[in-house]
Design a protein around this ligand. Structure first.
Ligand SMILES: C[S@@+](CC[C@H](N)C(=O)[O-])C[C@H]1O[C@@H](n2cnc3c(N)ncnc32)[C@H](O)[C@@H]1O
Length: 242
């Protein structure tokens, strides 16, 4: 399996995919009803690890305007900026999801479509995901939602939304249930007091995750089932998109 956790992997992939788009796991069409239950078209939207997916532009065409798209890959941000130059109110920025350059309490929704999956395939995956969730919770308004669309089953994902620095209500919806490629939409709604709880507990979470051997933390995760599913998923969605 490619190293989806390595930024260099993405730079190369996007250079090769120049002129193409590709939506991992799900398109806007299938997510639209859920997104519209959370925000109306005036909502402030952050797309985490946007890649060359059409999600942002499809939302724009559907009336959303206040959309920030970020990705660690300079190549893909350049490509998407050029592709969407007729959509001036939508912004594209090179940014790391673990270090967001936005004010606190700013967004109504943060959409992560398989970026958590990519981080979990890399080195230091647990602490990287914890840093991302810390930042995402910070930039969300109270009542705002982190929406993570993932191939990862709840047993392999829910723990990441329940570390002590996080204070949000977590639920999930299963898409394509009963098929070979189910996907999960995790919804984390920021609660009152989250910023204070994060401030009080982050150091402890960070120390624990830095100290722990990741293999001890994730007895099941390295079982090939999850990783194989990723490859199957990629192949499946590449077929669907081409
Ligand atoms: C599996 S792709 C998903 C792309 C897109 N969200 C979609 O649905 O098609 C993961 C994306 O996360 C980006 N990424 C990986 N690590 C990142 C980081 N630390 N900060 C920002 N983006 C990152 C990659 O460049 C890639 O575009």
């Amino acid at each position: 399996m490619p190293n989806y956790g390595d930024p260099d992997y993405w730079e190369k992939r996007y250079e090769e995919q120049q002129g193409r788009t590709f939506d991992w796991l799900e398109s806007y069409e299938s997510l639209k009803p859920m997104i519209k239950e959370i925000i109306d078209s005036s909502g402030k939207v952050l797309i985490l690890g946007c890649g060359n997916a059409e999600l942002g532009e499809d939302m724009y065409k559907d009336g959303f305007r206040d959309i920030e798209n970020i990705d660690i890959s300079e190549v893909v941000i350049g490509q998407m900026q050029a592709r969407c130059e007729s959509m001036p109110e939508m912004h594209w920025k090179v940014m790391d999801v673990r270090d967001l350059k936005y004010p606190s309490n700013f967004f109504d929704i943060a959409i992560d479509k398989s970026t958590i999956d990519a981080l979990l395939c890399g080195d230091n995956s647990y602490i990287n995901v914890a840093r991302m969730t810390k930042e995402v919770q910070r930039v969300l308004k109270v009542g705002g939602v982190y929406m993570a669309i993932s191939y990862g089953v709840p047993d392999n994902r829910l723990d990441h939304f329940e570390w002590k620095h996080l204070h949000w209500t977590v639920s999930y919806i299963t898409l394509n249930e009963g098929t070979e490629n189910p996907h999960y939409v995790y919804l984390c709604r920021k609660k009152e007091g989250a910023d204070e709880i994060c401030e009080a507990n982050w150091k402890e979470v960070e120390e624990n995750l830095n100290e722990e051997d990741e293999d001890d933390l994730k007895p099941d995760y390295d079982d090939d089932e999850d990783e194989d599913r990723n490859d199957e998923d990629v192949e499946e969605s590449e077929k669907t998109n081409e």
